[in-house]
Design a protein around this ligand. Sequence first.
Ligand code: ADP
Ligand code: MG
Length: 273
Amino acid sequence: DDIGRPSTTPFRPPGLGDADGPGTVHIRKLVKSFGSHTVLKDINVDIALGEVCVLIGPSGSGKSTLLRCIDGLEEIDSGVLKVNGEHLGYAEVDTHFRPLSRIERRRQRTQIGMVFQQFNLFPNLTALENITVGQTMVKKTSKSEARERALELLARVGLQGHDDHYPIQLSGGQQQRVAIARSLAMDPKVMLFDEPTSALDPELVGDVLDVMRQLADDGMTMLVTTHEMGFAREVANSLLFMADGYIVERGDPREVLADPKEARTKQFLKKVL
Ligand code: ADP
Ligand code: MG
């Protein structure tokens, strides 16, 4: 069967550079298992600086696992995983690899932002404190500088005046925008979004997508799992369809959505569109 055969002609969005250096992701033959269950079987992907890539696929196909690997939350079993031009968790020394120290790993991880479906804000901190805490604790930014940056980021996500609100006083859409601002405060070069609008009431989805669209326009490299096909069509440079541990199809979002090439993609899109 050819269902999971990896694409032999990897699509590269036109007008973007190589997948190397800051703001890029480069993955070859990535394998990730949980016990005897191999979730990611052979993942090969390049994401270029400034690219917005939307990842779709059936529930359980490994989308979150892939994002968690790229964020350094999961260790991979084998393959090459370079984020921002560096091997994640390892330094390449001549032809050998040496594991990075915890401090070096932490530096790598601050350069990768992740936004989750369930916001994960600190409930006992205000919106402003949620955005300053990582800056002062991890980046060692001064309190006043962190506060200034947080206010600027709150304005950027359309939440000026909400700095003293606790998460419980904010709508889901507002909480998610605070979560995005918190992530941006670490100055990531790649942003990962795992179904960022799936937990939101429909009327709150638009404001979050607008913030993401703005971020894309500003040139952020983004990898997004979402069911929002309008966002994929209008904002993304590339669409990845994943199933059974493989990337089955990749292409221009408008083309893939209108005219999928692989039977497995057709089947999936028929159900969600
Ligand atoms: P998706 O995000 O596409 O729905 P996931 O990456 O969440 O898929 O899950 C892919 C598969 O990996 C599922 O079968 C899931 O049960 C399994 N899985 C994910 N995380 C773990 C874990 N920590 N331990 C064991 N199995 C896991
Ligand atoms: Mg998931």
